[in-house]
Design a binder for this molecule. Sequence first.
Ligand code: AP5
Length: 245
Amino acid sequence: MADSAVALEDVASVDIMTELLRRFKCSSKPDKRLILIGPPGSGKGTQSPMIKDDYCLCHLATGDMLRAAVAAKTPLGIKAKEAMDKGELVSDDLVVGIIDEAMKKTSCQKGFILDGFPRTVVQAQKLDEMLEKQGTKIDKVLNFAIDDSILEERITGRWIHPSSGRTYHTKFAPPKVPGLDDVTGEPLIQRRDDTPAVLKSRLEAFHRQTEPVIHYYGSKGILANLPAEKPPKEVTSEVQKVLSS
Ligand code: AP5
């Protein structure tokens, strides 16, 4: 067992019971394999925790995984940092590798939410190949459709709790105490790439490299368009409608 792993006998009974209850409830849920696609700030990370809990899926966000690798200065993080700081995409091979590995986790048994992946047609094709080998496929692609002009205010006002991925916004979703996470009370941070200048390159990358991915899934008949400019709760209702249909 790794040093950081917690021995089962050291876990509080209430936590074990809660996890057992969760797994019991999850056993009756249908498997789902979802992709969330949309420009930076469109609300993919905001909606993911609700979908994850409702459908017992794992949430695989390539941006979060890459930022963790950058912070830990792993070889992957060192390779990814330069592109991320400039708002460009990191190489297809790097992200395909991390997704392939992450999908094997036990928490992905009922399916997954891919948030920020695939972002190029090559990544989408590689994903299809991976899933074909497993005898599965993507069920639905949720396209967070929104006008670019709304995104700067969303991105520059965003604050994040790094360890949980919880997202806040100074105007649209403020924390109870400014600068602190509602659940743990720990400090919130702003992302290095959440500046107007880097947002401009991220949007260019989205239009040039990721929009073709939307058409790729559109032609497969599994694309659902969401009005992502609506308030968060209304977007949640739209997501629930799409996923229950
Ligand atoms: P990544 O971390 O994936 O960033 P992104 O796609 O740019 O998306 P964001 O996390 O910025 O936006 P979001 O849609 O999750 O918005 P959120 O819900 O937080 O990628 C970062 C970088 O990593 C890339 O630039 C690239 O370099 C690299 N990378 C990652 N994946 C890669 C891949 N597959 N291939 C190559 N490179 C890759 O919302 C934003 C704010 O708005 C929040 O403050 C929130 O509270 C607020 N908000 C959310 N919804 C609403 C609403 N409905 N109304 C009002 N406010 C809202």
